[in-house]
Design a protein around this ligand. Structure first.
Ligand code: ASP
Length: 327
């Protein structure tokens, strides 16, 4: 080897050693979890629970940042473009898998622009209504929607959000049009629903349970295959049971890092997430809101990615059949 080549090789080895040392110290400052919806909604709540439980295994504070808008696509794009150093992560739901079929122009590629860090939980949704609605059960509600074609308002968290997807499936199953009203998250949508400014919302149990318990909203059905075991929902029929054959929707959340994050950092983050999900406090809090913490192989990055890909395929057909798009 000539002297120049030798020097270059030494420089490369030096650089590699320096960055390996930097990764060994990861994290040496606080980590941000970006939530692509407004504060106070289900994704925000899940991220805050996770942030708390990650504190110990990461040995650093974990802060939640809300970058809301456009059904979660603005926040997702922010993380896709962030420095891939493990300090900016995304906590996103099913919407990451459906945006590609819904948006004509998407500022990121779901499969190419992220490192997958594990699927963390799943929750069914509930169909809830404003407090003054006359319908006392799903059959009455169905009649009322049919008699008011296009006039019934259904709130959601923007195109591609879980509440929007649930609304699309509901509309197709009922064969009745409704007017979709988008918000930056279901926290502000819930405020308007409770205030009677909108009629209905299909919202994850996570956010709906406390309001159903407080009788601030009416509940007409759950989107799970079987009835939910939570005491407040145990008597509530599934939508499939109420005549919407095969209706089922589960909203999952996962954690993502920008593409190119060093493998050693990803391994540390994945290990910390696994530890966090075993935290009895986190499990208790989530179960009380109808959330199931993931313990299966989808906690593995490769399995997580495979699952998201399968969801992309499944939903693109549903979205196509519904004729839904966004600019
Ligand atoms: N639950 C919302 C949705 O419908 C998002 C949120 O505000 O967490 O996707």
């Amino acid at each position: 080897m000539n002297i120049l080549k030798q020097r270059a090789a030494i420089a490369v080895i030096g650089l590699m050693a320096a960055s390996a040392a930097a990764w060994a110290e990861f994290p040496d400052k606080s980590v941000s979890l970006v939530v692509p919806f407004s504060a106070g909604g289900p994704s925000d709540k899940i991220a805050r629970d996770l942030a708390e439980a990650l504190r110990k295994p990461l040995g650093q504070t974990v802060v939640v940042e809300n970058t809301a808008g456009a059904g979660g696509t603005i926040g997702a794009a922010r993380v896709a473009r962030a420095t891939p150093d493990g300090y900016t992560l995304l906590v996103h739901h099913i919407g990451l898998s459906t945006a590609p079929a819904l948006y004509k122009k998407l500022p990121y590629n779901t499969l190419e622009d992220f490192e997958y860090l594990g699927l963390i939980n799943e929750a069914p949704s509930t169909l809830i209504g404003k407090p003054g609605l006359a319908a006392s059960n799903f059959a009455d509600l169905r009649k009322w929607i049919g008699a008011n074609e296009g006039k019934v308002n259904l709130a959601n968290a923007g195109v591609g959000s879980a509440s929007h997807l649930c609304g699309l499936v509901l509309q197709a199953a009922l064969q009745s049009q409704m007017t979709f009203v988008p918000y930056k998250g279901t926290a502000p949508a819930m405020t308007d629903l409770m205030g009677g400014q909108v009629d209905l919302m299909c919202e994850q149990a996570t956010n709906a349970v406390p309001q159903i318990e407080a009788k601030k909203v009416k509940v007409y059905g759950v989107t799970s295959k079987q009835r939910m075991s939570l005491p407040v929902l145990a008597q509530v029929p599934t939508l499939a049971e109420s005549g919407l054959k095969g209706f089922e929707m589960t909203v999952w959340h996962g954690v993502y890092a920008p593409k190119g994050t060093p493998p050693a950092v990803l391994a540390k983050l994945n290990a910390a997430i696994r530890t966090a999900l075993k935290d009895p406090e986190l499990i208790k809090r989530e179960e009380a809101l109808g959330i199931r913490v993931v313990t299966d192989s989808r906690l593995e990055p490769a399995e997580h990615k495979k699952y998201v890909e399968s969801e992309m395929n499944r939903w693109s057909k549903i979205i196509q059949d519904a004729g839904a798009t966004a600019d």
